[in-house]
Write a protein that binds this ligand. Structure first.
Ligand code: AMP
Length: 432
């Protein structure tokens, strides 16, 4: 299958060619024809599957194919809601790249930065708005954005939105959209709450699902290092002494942990930076840009900050802490081994993280290769199930007393004193 078969206009096809996309990814193949027809869509897909183009290309095509008319100030015709600033920028870049020959305008808005340039850009008139929920609501309440003309609404990373507590904002935004519209709903996971939400905002959706191009079992080598919590930092520095780690995205469980790990690496003269939700927008963007350009070798991040980051040529993902939710492991390693390239995922596992490791192995249906050969190997072994449940190792204890009848049967009774029925003796009694 080729992009030509979708019926995209030559201007868009030219831009796709410039990106060097040879064939559509599975989600693009499944979704684009339906989205072009104006249908609602429920997409179970995460970043790395090519989902951005799966919605951006048909949206551009529809807008380009039906110009807004002679209105001077173009109102928003397509709205994409996404949870983080990084994702918003990535999606904005995609619209910019695929739509560069169409003359369609897009603007990206998110909080944490001055609203003024965003308001100015909006004032000039736009076709496509990519936004995070909070800033969008601010702009709507000030009358800077009007959502009354939205024809296509995309809710991206819906599960993450819920995790981040955006559900009320999302509902308020949906209330401001025209009822007659096309809705495209994407989520990496489909827990009950997400299914309920999708049920209330989609009409007769086409369902498509796609696993990332690089699924854990296929393109990524997974290994695990058993290490004690206190020596994880030393193990990381030891591993980074190897130049074959061209660049690494290191995941920690907490923001504080991310800062600490990055600080220790910098002290050891390694080029490292941390990104997480407490860092300002500018700092995060600069850190990401430096990492993508190869100026920093190690980016230390929390799950939320790194979700969806599109980093081409990432050689290693290192799980400094294992994620509590095993699905996050899949999201994390989805950053490496993209587009058929092979990737490497290294995980550090402390004794208290063994249950998380077991859950991950169950989820990806694969055992991580245990690396024994390293100087920080933990000798601690988790308690085996049998240690916790004595009945699994020991046979049921024999009763201490032996009944008289049994004693007689064993020929150990005292013939001079026949026991009375029901009488009992200590088991080791020789001649009771
Ligand atoms: P996404 O899942 O939308 O974040 O896309 C992940 C990466 O795949 C991005 O770097 C895209 O540029 C790239 N990509 C999207 N579609 C294709 C395609 N058909 N062929 C090759 N790469 C693609």
């Amino acid at each position: 299958m080729s992009f030509e078969t979708f019926g995209l206009c030559p201007e868009i096809l030219r831009a796709v060619k410039a990106r060097n996309y040879q064939t559509p990814t599975p989600i693009q193949e499944k979704a684009i024809p339906h989205v072009m027809e104006g249908k609602d869509l429920l997409g179970c897909a995460q970043t790395g599957t090519g989902k951005t183009a799966a919605f951006a290309l048909p949206i551009l095509q529809r807008l380009y194919g039906s110009p807004a008319g002679g209105r001077k100030r173009r109102a928003v015709r397509a709205l994409v809601l996404t949870p983080t600033r990084e994702l918003a920028n990535q999606i904005g870049d995609s619209f910019g790249a695929y739509g560069r020959h169409t003359g369609l305008r897009h603007v990206v808005v998110y909080g944490g930065v001055s609203q003024k340039p965003q308001a100015q850009a909006l004032h000039q008139g736009i076709d496509i708005l990519v936004a995070t929920p909070g800033r969008l609501l601010d702009l709507v309440s000030q009358g800077i954005v009007n959502l009354g003309g939205v024809e296509t609404f995309v809710l991206d990373e819906a599960d993450r939105m819920l995790d981040m507590g955006f559900i009320h904002d999302i509902r308020r935004i949906i209330d401001k959209l025209p009822v007659a519209r096309q809705t495209l709903f994407f989520s990496a996971t489909m827990p009950a709450e997400i299914q309920r939400l999708s049920g209330t905002i989609l009409r007769n959706p086409v369902r498509v699902a796609a696993t990332p191009a690089a699924t854990p079992a296929e393109a990524v080598e997974h290994s695990v290092y058993f290490v004690e919590k206190q020596t994880k930092g030393e193990l990381l520095r030891h591993l980074l002494a190897d130049d074959s780690i061209k660049n690494a995205l290191v995941f920690t469980r907490t923001k504080h942990g991310a800062d600490r790990v990055a600080r220790q690496l910098v002290r050891a003269n390694l080029r490292a930076e941390a990104i997480h939700g407490d860092k300002s927008q500018n700092v995060r963007e600069r850190a990401l840009a430096d990492f993508k350009r190869g100026r920093t070798r190690v980016l230390v991040a929390t799950d939320i900050a790194a979700r969806g980051l599109d980093i081409v040529d990432l050689s290693h993902v290192i799980n400094y802490d294992l994620p509590v939710e095993s699905e996050s492991y899949v999201h994390r390693i989805g950053r490496t081994g993209r587009a058929g390239a092979s990737g490497i995922a290294l995980s550090f596992c402390g004794i208290e993280e063994r249950p998380s490791l077991a859950a991950i192995e169950q989820l990806i249906r694969k055992h991580l290769t245990v690396v024994e050969d390293h100087p920080f190997r933990s000798e601690l072994r988790p308690p085996r199930k049998t240690d916790l449940d004595p009945h699994r190792t020991q046979r049921a204890p024999r009763p201490y007393m032996i009944r008289a009848e049994e004693l007689m049967r064993e020929g150990r009774g005292n013939p001079g004193r026949p026991p009375q029925p029901g009488e009992a003796f200590p088991r080791n009694a020789r001649n009771a």
